[in-house]
Write a protein that binds this ligand. Structure first.
Ligand code: CA
Ligand code: CA
Length: 544
């Protein structure tokens, strides 16, 4: 389930993962916690996530209804792991991850996700109410375990949450819950705003189906809708009845004012350092865990400056770096003077930003004008006690503008009848173009995109076919390619040649901006001797 989310994160623009609680069935069974931890860890460095504590997750479950301490939940999902994430807002208790809030911007709207522990007590509800009131510019999604009953009315606990928070403030958009079964309602809050209350819980001890379902919530700001699908990545099946697949209209997407900070997924970045202590390699700054860090060698000490170089593995339009210092028993290594440089080739670096940061534990940022780069290098010229360390590093990018797929026509030199070229530009990562295999067409084969008119173009984004339960084949992942462009569809000029990793991650290539109406991707090598593509996009506009 979480593996599917990670695999689909870029292709589907998945911004957050929300767990409605009951991480385990038996809170005292550490084997269950280990399994849950292994599953959730697949999201580390991929997609940020928020988790609500369920009744099965607390120490008193089945024994003492008043004991709501969640010892093992906090042992396996400790606040300290998540505290330095850019979207982590804070928690009700400074020491637990029981009630948390998360801030991010998506689709032009500022959001707040608020997790409330199962059956929140008065102090927790007050904390939540104050937060919602203090953030009137944010649309709030409350995630709490017990809220609705199977008939769509609120449970006693749910009614308390409604009375204290969900029904009180005009900026509450929805309440997501689990605990029982499937139900939903839309209510009007005290201020006239619509609050969508949605429960989803798929549990059945005797059979895999209906277990293993997740909800995919797709927000469409242009249509003001929220589409909800229910999908099982293990079986590849969806539940399509109206209780499990529906579209809510009239969703409010007010324009946000918080600075948007799109981050390159850390899991796709590779890091190297000029110096690292054995236990503190550069990759520790990209693992989605605030407790681990890159640290320059200190046995024996290596003098500053030292640097970490991040390889984004493809060119992005980058404009910033977020630096999380260590947050443990010492501040040794907190970077206080820095330089950032960027590079297209990993050899020639241009300075992007230089400055100083306060010697404390807060998140730091460096920003610079948007520039094309595959490599971002942070050099620490001064640090606490003469060391350099980083708990986490994130690269901020500017989403590239893409040529509208709706205006494109795609043709290919070879295509299986059920996998035509048009499926590479239909906006769905689930559908693919694939070269013929009934009578295999040997590579090279190519797909040509007619943009409909001449455009300024500077790159191509290639989404290989994704993992799908009903089709595990990786055949056709393009591993060596050429890109050619043309103004008339007859004479083509090669603008890029290269290779891509033989995996399902989103790939790209850039070239110097030029006008073209036709863009052709020629596959010179591909998995199994085939070529396929789930989606192709053309990067429009001028670099920078
Ligand atoms: Ca780390
Ligand atoms: Ca497609």
């Amino acid at each position: 389930m979480t593996g599917w989310v990670a695999d689909n994160a870029v292709a589907r623009n998945i911004r957050y993962v929300l767990h409605v609680g009951d991480v385990v069935d038996r809170h005292a069974d550490m084997g269950e916690w280990t399994e849950a931890q292994t599953a959730m860890n697949l999201l580390d460095g991929e997609v940020p996530y928020a988790m609500a504590v369920g009744n099965h997750d607390v120490d008193g479950f089945g024994v003492d209804a008043n004991n709501r301490t969640a010892t093992n939940f906090n042992l396996r999902f400790p606040r300290a792991k998540f505290a330095c994430m850019p979207s982590f807002g804070g928690s009700q208790s400074p020491s637990t991850y029981d009630n948390t809030y998360h801030l991010f911007s998506a689709g032009g709207t500022d959001w707040m996700v608020l997790t409330l522990k199962w059956a929140p007590v008065a102090a927790e509800l007050t904390w939540a109410a104050q937060l919602v009131a203090a953030n009137p510019g944010r649309q709030v999604i409350i995630v709490t375990h017990d809220y609705l009953l199977g008939d769509g009315t609120r449970s006693a606990v749910g009614q308390q949450v409604w009375n204290a928070v969900a029904g009180v403030y005009p900026n509450v958009a929805m309440v997501l819950s689990g605990h029982r079964s499937v139900a939903r309602r839309s209510s009007v809050g005290r201020n006239g705003n619509t609050v969508h209350e949605i429960m989803a819980d798929y549990q059945n001890p005797s059979q895999r189906n209906p277990n293993g379902y997740l909800r995919v919530l797709e927000f469409d700001p242009r249509a003001s809708t929220l589409s909800v699908r229910t999908y099982n990545p293990e079986t590849g099946t969806s539940l399509t009845d109206p209780a499990n697949q529906f579209t809510l209209s009239g969703i409010s997407f007010p324009a946000g004012s918080a600075p948007s900070e799109p981050l390159v997924r850390q899991a796709l970045v590779r890091a190297s350092a000029t110096s690292a202590h054995t236990e503190n390699g550069a990759a520790r700054a990209l693992d989605g865990d605030c407790r681990t860090m890159w640290h320059n060698e200190f046995q024996p000490a290596t003098p500053l400056p030292q640097s970490v170089t991040l390889d984004l593995q493809r060119v992005h339009d980058v404009r910033g770096l977020v630096y999380a210092p260590r947050n443990d028993h010492t501040q040794n290594g907190t970077v206080t003077a820095y330089t950032v440089a960027t590079s297209l080739d990993g050899t020639s670096f241009q300075p992007a930003a230089t400055g100083t940061w306060p010697d404390d534990r807060t998140l730091k940022r460096a920003t610079w004008p948007v520039t094309e780069a595959r490599y971002v290098r942070l050099t620490a010229s001064a640090g606490h006690a003469g060391f350099a360390a980083a708990a986490e590093l994130h690269v901020v990018y500017q989403p590239e503008s893409l040529v509208a797929q709706a205006l494109m026509k795609a043709t290919a030199t070879s295509a299986n009848a059920e996998y035509p070229a048009s499926l590479a530009v239909d906006g769905s990562p689930d559908t693919i173009w694939h070269t013929e295999w009934v009578r295999p067409a040997p590579l090279p084969q190519s797909i040509t995109l007619d943009l409909g008119s001449s455009q300024q173009v500077r790159g191509l984004v290639y989404q290989p076919r994704l993992w799908a339960a009903d089709n595990l084949s990786p055949n056709g992942i393009i591993t060596r390619f050429q890109v050619q462009v043309s103004s008339d569809g007859v004479t083509f000029t090669t603008v890029a040649t290269g290779s891509w990793a033989d995996d399902r991650t989103t790939k790209g290539v850039r070239w110097a901006t030029l006008p073209a109406r036709y863009v052709r991707l020629q596959a010179t090598a591909g998995r199994g001797g085939y070529a396929s593509a789930a989606e192709l996009d053309v990067v429009a506009g001028v670099a920078g």
